[in-house]
Design a protein around this ligand. Sequence first.
Ligand code: HEC
Ligand code: HEC
Length: 321
Amino acid sequence: MMLRRTTESPDMPEHQAPGQGGRNLTLLLIILFVPAVVVLVAVTMVMGRAWMDGLAVRAVAVTAPQMVDTGPAVGVGPAPQTGRQADAPGSQQAATPTSPINTVTSPTAEVMRLATDFSPARPAWEGALAAGTADEGQQIVDVGGPGLVACSSCHGKAGIAPAGSPFPDLAGKQAEYIAKQLMDFRAGTRNHAIMTPIARAMKDSDVGAVAKYFGGLPLRPAPVRATGPARGEALDRIGDMALGLPACANCHGMGGAGIGPLLPSLAGEPAEYLIAQLHAFRAGSRSNDDGGVMRGFAKRLSETDIRALAEFYAATKSGQR
Ligand code: HEC
Ligand code: HEC
């Protein structure tokens, strides 16, 4: 009733705040809104906590797989310390004695990263390539090292394999590619009865040293002339649409000359070696091709095509990368 009087008096002075009507209105507001606000606060607190819990669970789920992120060097020795890993906050955490992660004794603990570190993981070969000198590499290649047979006994003096041998030339191959192959043999993504144990006997600094030495050597001197089978040349330059094969030259350069640090040269390699690699990709015993590109192509190549390609590259001595 008082309330109605308040609303019914349009000419009531504005400054009549402490009056009856004002107090009644305040009372009404309190009665209406206080319970609503209390309920709202209670619901927000309960739901808010559930939401926070959800966040916490998710954060753990993100961290867990990082701990088993191994890199290629698992089980064969400590992962290489690249400059970036040494600086990363994750490596400091792994070194904290109280950290539960530290109870993991495998080398995986060293590459532990924070869930908030979204930078791409660096490959193991980068760390290996940073170690060792070309002079140390020459020593290992010419005379070997502790537990290491001289590489030259198969790959030839100065990295050029004896004519007619099944061994690949290493002279002039990109240092990055050679370091990657040796780390891949160690990790098991590339397998070979002879090379796997040799690579596993090598320290990271040995890998870096031989990669630098071979990378700096001149390629096998040879005339620039392609005389291989025509089918091999066609696959190299054009590919085969019907078989879903792009031109090999797209990635390996014209005449198998190689491109950049990680796309290897094929020119001048022994045919037997190239055939063995295509078979290994096809069988999956070599699976170190990122994205599986080479495994895919090798599955689509017939035996005749493989031989034609191998003979084409073996006869193609471009003399340049
Ligand atoms: C007993 C013979 C032998 C010795 C000694 C040897 N290798 Fe090899 N190496 C091979 C064979 C065979 C292959 C081909 C492996 C394959 O088919 O996958 C090979 C392949 C390689 C490759 C891969 C080349 C490519 O183009 O992908 C690298 C790198 C390599 N060897 C480095 C070395 C180093 C470094 C040493 C010395 C520490 C060494 N090898 C000693 C036989 C040998
Ligand atoms: C999309 C890019 C791409 C194309 C196209 C391609 N390759 Fe490769 N190939 C690669 C990469 C990358 C590697 C090296 C993988 C590694 O890191 O070991 C490789 C490696 C190889 C090797 C091993 C070389 C060695 O020294 O051990 C052979 C042999 C080879 N390729 C043959 C071919 C042939 C033949 C074709 C055409 C039918 C072809 N590739 C097309 C990307 C390609």
